[in-house]
Design a binder for this molecule. Sequence first.
Ligand code: RM4
Ligand code: MN
Ligand code: MN
Length: 430
Amino acid sequence: MTDVISVDLIGTLNEAARAALDDEFGALGRKLARQGADIEALVQRAVDWTVAIPTWGVGTGGTRFARFPGKGEPRGIHDKLEDCGVIQQLTRGTRTVSPHIPWDKVSDYNALRQEAAQYGLGFDAVNSNTFQDQVDQKLSYKYGSLANADRMTRTQAVEHNLECIEIGRALGSTSITVWIGDGTNFAGQQNLTKMFENYLDAMAQVYAGLPKDWLMFIEHKMYEPAFYSTVISDWGSNLIAAQTLGPQAKCLVDLGHHAPNTNIEQIVARLIHVGKLAGFHFNDSKYGDDDLDAGSVDPFRLFLVFNELVDAEKRGVKAFNPAYMIDQSHNVTDPIESLMSSAIEIARAYVQASLVDRAALAAAQDANDTLTAHRILKSAYLTDVSPILTEARIRQGGAADPIAAYRKAGYRALKAKERPEVKGASSGIV
Ligand code: RM4
Ligand code: MN
Ligand code: MN
């Protein structure tokens, strides 16, 4: 195992934090005990929790207008794995990474798998990319990929997805996430029905290439890059596609891919009901696919999503095993700091949702006691579970305060020396 950050430094900082943590942990433990909850059981849930880091998230993102790269940015997948290793070492709640192909292409995937394992990392869903043209690509995706009017272009996109599955197999992944930018920018540009049928036909070919123990995650998104119509624009189209394709196809919910004010937790509840919830791309948003840090704008919504998830778990929903992944773009922060802070916020929502007194909530709901029901949720949401999260990190060798430890270690300054800055203006997500 490669410890990128000095274990001694983490130990010293944790020791300095110990007395205050013991005090706060003790007080929280007594408060929870009065409510009939066992703090140790919650620490265990926090220890068991994990969310995947997107390899494309450790580099600075950008907008259509500009990208302002930071210092010491990862130059490729090897640097990205090192950065993800730091996130995992300090937070201990990010045991996998989700790779994006062809951005993360290498010649030896077995070696890459071992390289990741050195940082204590495995691979979650592999992402295909048919929303960009690659150098040397025969046919362009300008007018779409899996839903393109041209059959040859659709075939090329199918082949790319099949290649992603092969890569994923070598990496030890068991799922592929398919998000396409296909759609139209003008009314009349394409036949809306035909596009969807072309998509389903192409996706059936990808589906046929899935190993038996694999899942296909279909990701919907309301708009962008297509602004008039998008082929898989919402959970309705997503569900139709997943149901048409078969049991190995499920619907992935990226929190930012909905219209503002959409009741995402209700979508989650519906997908759980039909057994089609693939999992999540966590982020936060105010207007659209903003890719803001998870929990930075609307932590209550994040909590309400987790409320549905914990509810499903406690009800013992059959084969309930969603994939938890982050998908964010960091434009004005150090991506490693943002991802650590997001991973902590997501774990926070999970632990808070685990605090909900479900029996009392069900009783209040049965009695139509609206305010009591609401207050039960709020009381869990308003509980500061930080001592639980910190304790869980420390017990696993992580940092009491990951961001403070990261800054103290001077990792970014060190990398700035090793990884030369990329000059010149660029825009876009990578
Ligand atoms: C899309 C979508 C996909 C992600 C790309 C980079 O908006 O969220 O999940 O792979 O961005
Ligand atoms: Mn996404
Ligand atoms: Mn997105």
